[in-house]
Design a protein around this ligand. Structure first.
Ligand code: SF4
Length: 616
């Protein structure tokens, strides 16, 4: 059982991981086949796609410990296609022999053995010409993560990267740093942080380099210069809607952008080699010790990220209460200031023994909302500011359009006007509340759901404008920026409907403003700053969160448990599997999607009604 790149990344997280994984030491020098290798990497690929496609970690988690939901595998062809497109575009920019995913079994493989452990990797795109070798690792992430590393100078955004001929280079390598050196270095250092959003890809490529260079060292076999690149999706690319035999053709867009862009990380992965060498020593030590005893939490747990350690939920976090722990204070990213003036936050609170919400010393609590939360917990009571809730409810214009979209954030743009990972809507549910409390679950519900995976967006827009009058009423959603964002995108893609869609956009109202707060809106209503910043409602069941998953059980007995489709992740995978279902399965799942989205908007109607009753 060779150590793959994914194993390397996970086994070096902490001393405990290898022990939990029960790695068999005896056969770590045994080779694995291409298929076994790819199979081991599959969960990583799905988790990578998953982390790009799904924004929130709090609402839905995926159990990657023992299984991958087979439906999630419907996402794999999209990843494969990204690899193929990357290979095609690499052929335009790199001379010489090119080997990539199109002919997988020929993928270039590297390995080396050290102290009885075989390390192995396959190269996504291998390019060789007379003078050099280029190693290109394909990742289904986007260039925005790299481009945004930098700072603002006089309102102008500066990046530490510059793009020349479809490849990003670090500006220090080009000799044209255009920001204060301190800022530049701070951002560049992020690339050397394996738990940073962009740094994790650099770490991955640096392991690749480590294996490749060790193979060459052991075999004494290369004199050519080797360069190391990432190939990733260009976040600025807009698909022009060209198809050949129903397959999208990704030409350069009208701004000259390629779908795939490259990042030259040769120098930075070189700097990384000492660290990787140390990590390899650690890895060997962890394997030899195979220790499952508890260890401290750290950034390596990647809590709440989609790359969260698979043992966090089922094993290591069991000592943290599921509700009302010290981690559940509302919006507490900066943590608490101790008597000594230090800040302590996140999992360090747990490491230091502050586990329950009440374990945090009262003197550390600075924010009024945290005092409210603590009071509610201590005395098991509810907090409510009826006046604020009433004042905002009174501003709502009828009819209320309770709207929710289901979207498919495909890595590759599928339809004209789309970018990589655009949240492409395929369904909406709408409940129309014509006067306070006047809304029937079935009769006042309108659902549009695409029947196929083809482009049905225009029909969807027409239906939206048929059901909603853009000149009156309120567009209400839970997390309204999401719904507004989709409406704006559709408005730009379909200029014919732009005026009306933007009128709807301007009527957006967030249900969360009533339960939590919105400082600006309440100040506009005449509340002073302190009260406007204060939450409107709190109940222990919320456990510091105003997500729909938490608010719904507080205000209703509605449940998603008996539905065929129970959450947003399932909705996406059902849609992604449209073409894989039998007719019968399709009918059941199609209805499941209708029921799920309808439940989302009905939940909003129910919560709003419960709030009205609460303030009477
Ligand atoms: S959750 Fe954290 S401490 Fe536990 S095994 Fe994973 S990385 Fe290690």
């Amino acid at each position: 059982m060779a150590i793959t790149k994914t194993d390397f990344i996970n086994f070096t997280r902490c001393p405990r991981y290898v022990g939990l994984e029960q790695v068999k030491k005896e056969n770590l020098d045994a080779d694995i086949t291409y298929d076994e290798y790819k199979n081991k990497e599959k969960s990583e690929i799905i988790s990578e796609l998953y982390s790009e496609m799904f924004d929130e970690t709090e609402n839905e988690t995926i159990d990657l410990v023992n299984k991958i939901d087979p439906q999630l595998e419907a996402l794999l062809p999209y990843y494969k296609q990204v690899e193929i497109e990357a290979g095609k575009i690499a052929a335009k920019y790199f001379d010489g022999k090119l080997i990539y995913a199109d002919n997988t079994n020929n993928q270039e493989c590297f390995d080396f053995t050290n102290e009885g452990i075989l390390y192995k990797c396959y190269v996504d795109i291998y390019n060789e010409n007379n003078d050099s070798i280029n190693i290109i690792e394909v990742k289904a992430t986007t260039s925005s993560k790299f481009e945004k590393l930098g700072c603002s100078i006089k309102g102008e955004k500066k990046s530490i990267f510059e793009k020349i001929d479809n490849t990003y280079y670090l500006k220090d390598e080009l000799g044209n740093i255009d920001m204060p050196i301190k800022k530049y270095d701070e951002n560049r250092m992020k690339l050397l942080n394996r738990y940073h959003d962009a740094g994790k890809y650099v770490y991955d490529l640096a392991i690749q380099r480590y294996i490749i260079e060790n193979e060459y060292k052991q075999s004494n076999n290369s004199s050519k210069q080797i360069k190391y690149y990432l190939a990733i999706l260009n976040h600025k690319y807009i698909f022009d809607g060209t198809y050949e035999k129903e397959n999208p053709i990704y030409n350069k867009d009208e701004n000259g952008n390629e779908l795939i862009t490259f990042i030259d990380l040769t120098n930075i992965t070189s700097e990384y080699q000492k660290i990787i060498e140390e990590d390899e020593k650690k890895l060997r030590k962890y394997i030899m010790e195979s220790n499952i005893s508890e260890c401290k939490f750290g950034p390596y747990c990647e809590r709440k990220k989609k790359s969260e350690c698979k043992y966090f939920g089922p094993v290591c976090s069991l000592k943290i209460p599921a509700k009302n722990s010290s981690l559940n204070y509302i919006n507490n990213g900066f943590g608490f200031k101790t008597e000594k003036g230090d800040r302590i936050k996140g999992l360090d609170l747990i490491n230091e023994g502050y586990i329950d919400l009440l374990d945090i010393p009262e003197e550390w609590i600075e924010k009024e909302n945290h005092h409210i939360q603590r009071d509610c917990y201590t005395f098991n009571k509810e907090f409510i500011d009826k006046e604020k809730i009433k004042a905002l409810i009174d501003t709502i214009e009828y009819p209320i359009y309770h709207l929710d979209f289901e979207t498919f954030p495909c890595p590759l743009p599928r339809f004209k006007g789309e970018k990589p990972y655009i949240q492409s809507p395929f369904e909406f549910s709408l409940h129309i509340e014509r006067a306070p409390g006047v809304c029937d679950k079935d009769k006042d519900n309108y659902v549009f759901l695409a029947k196929t995976m083809n482009d049905e967006r225009e029909e969807m827009v027409k239906k939206m404008l048929e059901y909603m009058d853009p000149n009156k009423g309120t567009l209400l959603a839970q997390n309204v920026p999401f719904e507004k964002g989709r409406i704006k995108e559709l408005a730009n893609i379909f200029p014919k409907y732009k005026k009306d869609l933007m009128k709807l956009y301007d009527r957006g109202f967030d249900l969360i403003w009533l339960v939590s707060t919105n400082k600006k809106i309440y100040m506009d209503l005449g509340f002073d700053e302190q009260r406007a910043s204060r939450i409107n409602y709190y109940n222990n069941k919320l456990s510091g969160s105003y997500s729909i998953k938490k608010t719904l059980p507080v205000f209703s007995d509605l449940s998603y448990d008996n539905l065929e489709v129970k959450n947003g992740t399932e909705a996406i995978v059902v849609y992604a599997n449209y073409n894989n279902f039998t007719k019968e399965e399709y009918n059941i799942k199609y209805q499941g999607l209708i029921d799920y989205c309808k439940q989302d908007t009905w939940a909003m109607v129910v919560i709003l009604d419960a709030l009205r009753k609460l303030i009477k």
